[in-house]
Design a protein. Structure first.
Length: 256
């Protein structure tokens, strides 16, 4: 089955400031997406060349909507066929899935009583496209897997599960230029995961932010790409231990 995408004209209309409250009202009050046809007639969706499994569906937990993120992310990643990275940057794809196939899921997953959720979760504000990819309700699921899937592991989704339990940590990491390297990115996440497994606390912003600042400092002295995955991991883990030891007095040491 081909994925239906939204046209640019439809997106511009739905996201225009003067229409945001009207769109929010439609989503809140209408049981399905039929209101789109009232707005645009038959010109809402355009068939794309990207294939998606016919039977792909998402789990919905009305009591704890966030609890299904990981399993749904796996299903989406495995269910979309032949998608390129450049195509995955295209908001028309994710908004098409949002307003078509996964409309019911989106209404349950993100509280439409909040206008901020409409802007950041249903749509993709253009002022920070990379941030939008990691926040929009459907694109987030695919990108989190794409950036953490590691086929060399016994469980290729091991780090994916970890970051779905630590979204702030992961979003903060992906604002750093060095995270563009898969080896560096996965080594950092493995160090954080192991540190937590060993009893450390990685949820405090001072911990993961302190680690990322250290890596920026290290990258100012060396090209991080010269280090092996094992060396990046060892340096990250050692810095997390130092940060934990020094956390009480907020003194952070950067050791090369």
């Amino acid at each position: 089955m081909k994925i239906n995408i939204l046209s640019e004209d439809v997106i511009l209309t739905l996201t225009s400031p003067e229409n945001q409250k009207l769109v929010l009202k439609e989503i809140k009050e209408k049981p399905d997406n039929s209101w789109l046809k009232d707005w645009f007639g038959d010109q809402v969706f355009i068939p794309s060349k990207i294939e998606i499994d016919d039977d792909l569906s998402f789990e919905i937990d009305k009591l704890n909507p966030e609890s299904t993120d990981f399993i749904n992310a796996k299903r989406l990643y495995e269910g979309i066929k032949g998608i390129t990275e450049s195509a995955a940057f295209d908001q028309r794809l994710w908004l098409g899935l949002t307003f078509d196939r996964f409309y019911d899921y989106m209404k349950n997953r993100f509280n439409v009583e909040r206008e901020a959720n409409l802007i950041n979760r249903w749509f993709m504000p253009k002022k920070n496209k990379k941030r939008s990819l990691y926040r929009q309700g459907i694109s987030m699921l695919w990108w989190y897997v794409y950036l953490t899937y590691d086929k060399e592991r016994e469980d290729p989704y091991e780090l994916t599960k970890f970051i779905f339990d630590h979204k702030d940590l992961f979003i903060n990491l992906n604002y750093r230029g060095y995270s563009n390297s898969k080896d560096i990115r996965l080594s950092i996440l493995q160090a954080l995961k192991d540190f937590e497994s060993d009893g450390g606390d990685v949820n405090k912003k001072s911990m993961f932010s302190g680690l990322y600042k250290y890596l920026s400092f290290l990258g100012g002295a060396y090209l991080l790409d010269i280090f092996s995955k094992e060396e990046i991991y060892e340096r990250c883990y050692a810095q997390l231990v130092r940060l934990s030891d020094q956390h009480s007095n907020r003194q952070y040491s950067f050791k090369l």
